[in-house]
Design a protein around this ligand. Structure first.
Ligand code: GLA
Ligand code: GLA
Length: 666
């Protein structure tokens, strides 16, 4: 905790971006520092892809340029989030050791020449990575610029490796997990299709089995991949904490959330880092990223996290890469702070001249400091520097928790399911959105979390459920909680074997129903409900104590239950047998949460206005964001001061389109 407190005291709300000085000559570095000061930059992530620049030939180091960069940063009062530089192994290493290059599931190897082309199980890669981390750690341990370590980069974006080295590591991982090959055969249901193994040596990575991979095999490979990447992270972290015990260590989780089990990683990441790239062309980008931010805040129980990367304008890796509309950069940055971020960082500081990311926006664009983007960067830097009082402030615990489990996510999206269109993130977004639109805060929890403090627990598509998690959720309702569960939950155990006894066996008693058969809908089809329509999925539900709140009004299941409610113990469990359209979801969620006594962060928020709270030493502070296109007046429950404009206590605050208010008790 003290390592984090030190960081907060030093940086306030940290501001800056990825800094890649090796792409530029010395004169530019001088200008960099001048412009960083002008922009209020307090932290830069240095050298994330610098391996080949600090070790141009095997064992031959060139730290001179980096020494000068670090000295300059220290002289200018800019702190370094110093990278271990291990995300892109240099050509000399892959040429000498082609066996460390990632092999895709189809057997083809990734060609070096991009980045992140390493096999996480490769002892060669690991030893070189650890050696480099140690070099960097010892060289800069006492450097005044050093504030925090940035291990590797976006581990989750490494393509899962299927090479022979990975195969051997996978077998060891399986032997550890199952003890015996009989245990493996049982867990993987290998009597099916004559897959029984006589020894661990026979097991391969799920390269491209036809017609389908064994789903338990594929699921374990996803677990194994997450664990191997974590082992790479831990190997580097061990070096860093040994050499610099007082310097916090982070790594940046990539935007998609899915690839690694972040519950397993979070205890080892001193402060969570996240890269967010909401697509300006996606009308739902803002509510979607709000969910990601809720995940990040929740990973370490509400501890502030770092927005490690975002784009000041456009990215360059989508098919169409739109610039952010005027004001969006500021508004979306504040959105992260509203959701508990203690840093607003960008990819990258200075827009590259060459290379694959030269059309990715940057804080200093090709057009230089006279551009609109740099003007907005400077303005935001000023605001954040004036908002130090927010740093370290935690969000109050929400009344609502949403359950998220990575193995369940991976298993849900495996092959040969009732519908390949059922995807976890869509389910999570569809349940998060009605809360978001109603201005209600939401935490994210693991399925086996202690839920007793929450008034409402939302369970989207928890396809895979351990017996223990099933009991925990059931107990939560029994003891008076309100729970909403969406379809295709509680179907399989941690080995992707069906829980027998009627779907969803672990939750049947709690929900007061049984599901007889799945009826996924055709693409773009819907089925009638009295509230609107159901999409994606429908299923045949037999009531066993629950009441039907909604019934299907059209289709094969007309007249059958579509949404149910069951009083169970002292609580209440709701079940969605389809995905109601967004308007219907809003009506249902409003009903459920009002009955559960869950209200918005601030009452009376106009449509399109979002508010989140953080507990500062001087009391609860609200960050209010106008995502709408019109100016609005936001009523306040008690008079508050607005910090950004420096306005005295008032009973309401006016927000222009894309406007932001930071409110403190008057
Ligand atoms: C084919 C195969 C069966 C089974 C069915 C499933 O007919 O012969 O083993 O896989 O498909 O539809
Ligand atoms: C990721 C990476 C960065 C950069 C950005 C571009 O987040 O971590 O190195 O490539 O994407 O959007």
């Amino acid at each position: 905790m003290s390592r984090i407190a030190g960081l907060r005291d030093r940086l306030g709300i940290a501001y800056g971006g990825d800094y890649n000085p090796e792409q530029w000559p010395d004169e530019v570095h001088e200008e960099d520092l001048r412009l960083m000061k002008e922009a209020g930059v307090s932290l830069v992530s240095v050298g994330i892809f610098s391996w080949a620049s600090v070790e141009p030939r095997p064992g031959e180091y060139d730290f001179g340029w980096l020494d000068r960069v670090m000295d300059r940063l220290a002289g200018g009062g800019v702190a370094a989030c110093l990278a271990t530089m291990t995300a892109s192994p240099p050509p000399w290493l892959t040429t000498r050791h082609p066996e460390m290059i990632t092999v895709r599931a189809d057997g083809s190897a990734i060609s070096p020449g991009g980045r992140q082309h390493y096999c996480p199980s490769s002892p060669v890669y690991r030893s070189h990575a650890v050696r480099l981390a140690e070099r960097i750690a010892t060289r800069y341990a006492d450097h005044p610029a050093l504030a925090i370590w940035h291990v590797n980069n976006e581990y989750g974006n490494v393509i899962p490796c299927h090479c022979d080295v990975s195969a051997a590591a996978f077998r060891r991982w399986l032997a550890d997990r199952y003890g015996s090959v009989e245990g493996l055969n049982d867990a993987w249901s290998t009597r099916f299709w004559a897959q029984g193994y006589s020894a661990f040596e026979e097991v391969l990575p799920p390269r491209s089995p036809a017609p389908f991979a064994n789903p338990a095999h594929a699921l374990d490979y996803a677990r194994f991949t997450s664990d191997e990447l974590l082992a790479c992270y831990l190997a580097e972290k061990e070096v860093l904490t040994r050499v610099t015990p007082d310097v916090p260590v982070t790594t940046n989780f990539p935007p998609s959330l899915r690839p690694v089990d972040q519950w397993a990683w979070a205890p080892h990441v001193d402060v969570i880092g996240y890269d967010a790239y909401p697509d300006p062309l996606d009308a739902d980008a803002v509510p979607k990223v709000a969910f990601s931010y809720d995940v990040m805040r929740s990973l370490r129980g509400g501890q502030p996290w770092l927005l490690m990367e975002q784009a000041p304008g456009a990215v360059n890796w989508r098919r169409r890469n739109a610039a952010k509309p005027r004001g969006a950069m500021r508004l979306w940055s504040w959105q992260a702070v509203a959701h508990g971020a203690d840093a607003v960082m960008f990819f990258q500081w200075r827009q590259s001249r060459g290379g694959a990311e030269k059309f990715h926006s940057a804080m200093v664009p090709h057009g230089g400091p006279s551009t609109r983007i740099f003007g907005e960067v400077r303005e935001l830097g000023r605001e954040l520097a004036a908002s130090r009082f927010l740093a370290g402030a935690r969000a109050p615990r929400a009344d609502v928790a949403m359950v998220l489990d990575w193995p369940s996510w991976w298993a849900l999206e495996g092959q040969a399911r009732p519908s390949a269109e059922v995807r976890f993130l869509d389910a999570a977004w569809s349940c998060h959105r009605p809360l978001y639109d109603a201005g209600v805060a939401c935490d994210v929890v693991r399925p086996d979390a202690d839920l007793s403090g929450y008034r409402l627990v939302v369970v989207p598509n928890l396809y895979l459920t351990s017996e223990e998690a099933g009991r925990g959720l059931t107990r939560y309702v029994e003891e008076g909680g309100t729970l909403v569960m969406s379809f295709f939950s509680g179907i399989v155990d941690p080995y992707d074997r069906v829980h027998l006894g009627g779907y969803p066996a672990p939750f049947r008693r709690m929900l007061g129903l049984a599901v007889e058969e799945f009826h996924p809908l055709a693409e773009d089809a819907s089925v009638g409900l009295s509230l609107g329509s159901g999409t994606l999925w429908s299923e045949e539900v037999r009531l066993e104590g629950a009441e039907a709140v909604e019934r299907f009004t059209t289709g094969a299941l007309a007249g059958e239950p579509a949404v149910t409610r069951h009083r169970f113990g002292r609580g209440e469990a709701w079940y969605l047998a389809t995905r109601p359209d967004p308007a219907a979801m809003r009506v249902l969620f409003d009903r459920v949460r009002e009955a559960a006594g869950v209200g918005p962060v601030l009452p009376g928020l106009p449509d399109g206005v979002q508010a989140r709270a953080r507990e500062t030493e001087e009391g609860r502070c609200y960050i209010v964001l106008n995502h709408g296109a019109a100016a609005v007046d936001v009523p306040l429950p008690t008079p508050m001061r607005e910090e950004l404009a420096g306005a005295g206590p008032a009973a309401s605050v006016r927000l222009e389109p894309s406007g932001v208010a930071v409110l403190r008790p008057g």
